[in-house]
Design a protein around this ligand. Sequence first.
Ligand SMILES: Cc1ncc(COP(=O)(O)O)c(C=O)c1O
Length: 432
Amino acid sequence: MGKLAITGGEPLRKAPFTSWPMGTKEESAALEDVLTSGKWGGQPFPGKHADAFAKKFAAYHTTKYGQCVSTGTIAIQACLIAIGICPGDEVICPAYTWEGTVGPVLLLNAIPVFVDVDPDTYCMDARLIEKAITPKTKAILPVHLGMRFADMDEILRIADKHNLKVIEDCAHAHGGMWKGKGAGSMGDLGAFSFQSSKLITSGEGGAVITNNLEYMELVQSYINAGRASLTDQYHHRIVGFNYRIGEFQAAVLGPQLDRLPQQGEIRDKNMKQFQARLQNTPGIGLLKPEPRITRAAPYGCVIKYFAEQVKDIPRASFVAALQLEGIPCDGLFYEPVYKSSLFPVKAQDFPALSWGREKPLDLRNMYHCPEADQAAYVEAVWFPHQHFLGSSADVDAIVDGVHKVLANIEELRGLDHKSIRNQKLGRADRES
Ligand SMILES: Cc1ncc(COP(=O)(O)O)c(C=O)c1O
């Protein structure tokens, strides 16, 4: 029997961390209001709760217009429609993200072009974008991933130079600000997810924000079965679908937006404590500080695990050991999208991959993104944001867990354990 819980010792932490999502009496009251109103859906458009939330949410992110939609994936899809992405167009995406960033590009029969991520941020590396631009490129789709922003200064400069549109995937960045500007307000449009794990959640849901009325009108028509938008100043008529959010979902968003600033401060303080205590810990690295982020919105707290500094014990063993100490965390949280088992692209399903080519583009095998590989398969460790909503003792427990595993890392050498085997699998392929 060893000292680590994974080798039979006592787990360091037995109490759970803050649970997520949080339902309070404010959410209950809002749900009751929907229940008794008889207006449960998003039609008549927009629903009362969806409309009130979207307006506040847009303003909180320094934009004029906001629209709730059914998921974050649909939010991205609606943004692509708004900027006029057509079959065969190319959209530059980061390699390291959730598949939902890229799926909508394919769904429109456009072509995702992957660029590697910056090891300082794990977000799209802006220095690589220009090499990926071709005459077919129409847009850049950066993701503000984890706890950082993509370099919006550079991305906007490049977009301007090459006449490209920018859609910000803000699924991880609710409330975040870059140089005083809200996440999603700097590009042409911003797309948010309200899926269960997100900083604001309706279980499933999403939103689009923008400062451009024409884009907002297109988004509204697209997600409301093609009906005229609320303002209809541009008179666009497009084929649309029912991608509305329901009022039960919209109702629980408002109270969470009210709590977001206070939660943001707690998270920020706790993550600073976490990072301060982990600084100079052999085997652990932190992402580079980014002073241009003026309001932090960390969806996850992300650190780096350097196996070579701790006797070459692989990340899967380190993460599984931490989990068994009672510290939920994850290593293989995302993969380079094109390698993921959730991205089994077949050329016959996406005709644009073949247009003008002898052989269709082989998205699964044509890219090599070493930094995305390093983050995905070797070094990134993700801690859920809600761990950082509790007390400073909670934060200490996470750090103590990391130190305990590192101090006893030899116990993991050659260890075969179900949790380690599970950690080697992508999230979609794991036993739950
Ligand atoms: C970075 C990123 N983009 C897009 C999405 C898609 O959002 P949804 O799951 O709400 O469709 C998610 C979330 O799940 C995400 O994490």
